[in-house]
Ligand binder design. Structure first.
Ligand SMILES: *[C@@H]1O[C@H](CO)[C@@H](O)[C@H](O)[C@H]1NC(C)=O
Ligand SMILES: *[C@@H]1O[C@H](CO)[C@@H](O)[C@H](O)[C@H]1NC(C)=O
Ligand SMILES: *[C@@H]1O[C@H](CO)[C@@H](O)[C@H](O)[C@H]1NC(C)=O
Length: 234
C-alpha cells in the first residue's frame, strides 16, 4: 500500500520533471526565436571591414593591439542628412556596423532621421530588429502595421518615443511646420532595411505577377507606378 502510494508520487514527480523540462525547452526556444543578435563571446570585437577579412556571421575582430578609444566613438550624426537627395524630403543617416564597426557582435545600432517639411521615410521593414524612434526636433506622425494588418500610429512631439516591433512595416512623415529630427535605436548591429515600394516595383518581378497582385490592368499603369518610385530608398 505504502509502496504503491510512493510509486504513484514518484511517477507524478517524474511527470513534473518531464513537464518542467519540456516547458523550459519551449521557453528557451521562444527566447531564441525572439532574440535579436546572438550574445557576444567577448567584451568587444571592433569589426575588421577589410575585403580580405574572412566572411563570418558578422565581422571578424580587429587586432586588439590596434584598438583605441577612437574606435568606440561615432561622429556620423554631427552633420544633418541632405534631405534633397532622396526624392521624399527626408534622409536616413545610418550608424550600423558598417559605419560604426565597434557595434560588431553587440546587437545594437542607430539611425538619425532628418526631415524637411512634409518629408517622408517610406514604408519599410527591418527583418532583424525592433526599433525605437525618439523625436529630437519637430513633430512626426509614425506607425507600424501589425502582422494581422492593423495600423498603430501616433503624432509624436519632441521628446516622445515610438516603437516598431521587429519585422513590422512602418513609416514616418514630418507633420510639423519646420524641419524634424529623430534618433532611432535598433537591437541589431545590422538591422536590414527593406523599402516596400522599391522591393515590389524596382526588383524585376514579372509584370504579369505585379499586374495581377496590384489589380492593375495594363503595362502602362505599371510603368507609371514604377517610374514614380524614388530609387534612393531601394
Ligand atoms: C596594427 O597597427 C600596426 C601599426 O600601425 C600595423 O603595422 C599593423 O598592420 C596593424 N595590424 C592590423 C592587423 O591591422
Ligand atoms: C544636397 O543635395 C543637393 C542635391 O543633390 C545638392 O544640390 C546640394 O548641394 C546638397 N547640399 C549640401 C549641403 O550638401
Ligand atoms: C490601362 O488601364 C486603365 C484602367 O486601369 C485605363 O484607364 C487605361 O486607358 C488603360 N490604358 C491602356 C493603354 O490600355
Amino acid at each position: 500500500m505504502t509502496y504503491s502510494i510512493r510509486s504513484g508520487m514518484g511517477s507524478c514527480h517524474a511527470w513534473r520533471i518531464i513537464a518542467a523540462f519540456v516547458c523550459t525547452a519551449l521557453v528557451a526556444r521562444a527566447v531564441m526565436v525572439q532574440a535579436a543578435d546572438p550574445d557576444p563571446l567577448q567584451d568587444f570585437c571592433v569589426a575588421d571591414l577589410s575585403p580580405s577579412a574572412p566572411r563570418v556571421n558578422g565581422f571578424p575582430c580587429k587586432d586588439r593591439a590596434n584598438v583605441t578609444s577612437k574606435d568606440f566613438l561615432f561622429t556620423g550624426f554631427r552633420t544633418p542628412g541632405n534631405v534633397s537627395v532622396t526624392g521624399t524630403n527626408a534622409y536616413p543617416t545610418f550608424g550600423a556596423v558598417l559605419e560604426y564597426p565597434a557595434l560588431n557582435t553587440l546587437g545594437i545600432s542607430h539611425v538619425r532621421l532628418d526631415f524637411g517639411i512634409g518629408g517622408v521615410v517610406p514604408p519599410h521593414t527591418h527583418p532583424f530588429a525592433s526599433e525605437t524612434l525618439f523625436v529630437v526636433q519637430g513633430s512626426i506622425y509614425t506607425g507600424f502595421i501589425s502582422f494581422d494588418g492593423v495600423l498603430y500610429a501616433e503624432t509624436l512631439q519632441k521628446g516622445d518615443i515610438y516603437i516598431f516591433p521587429k519585422g513590422t512595416l512602418h513609416f514616418q512623415i514630418n507633420v510639423g511646420t519646420g524641419p524634424a529630427i529623430s534618433f532611432n535605436s535598433l537591437n541589431s548591429q545590422s538591422p536590414g532595411f527593406l523599402v516596400a515600394a522599391n522591393q515590389l516595383l524596382l526588383s524585376n518581378i514579372p509584370a504579369a505577377v505585379l499586374e495581377s497582385s496590384l489589380g492593375i490592368f495594363n503595362a502602362t499603369d505599371l510603368n507609371l507606378l514604377e517610374a514614380s518610385v524614388p530609387p534612393f530608398w531601394g
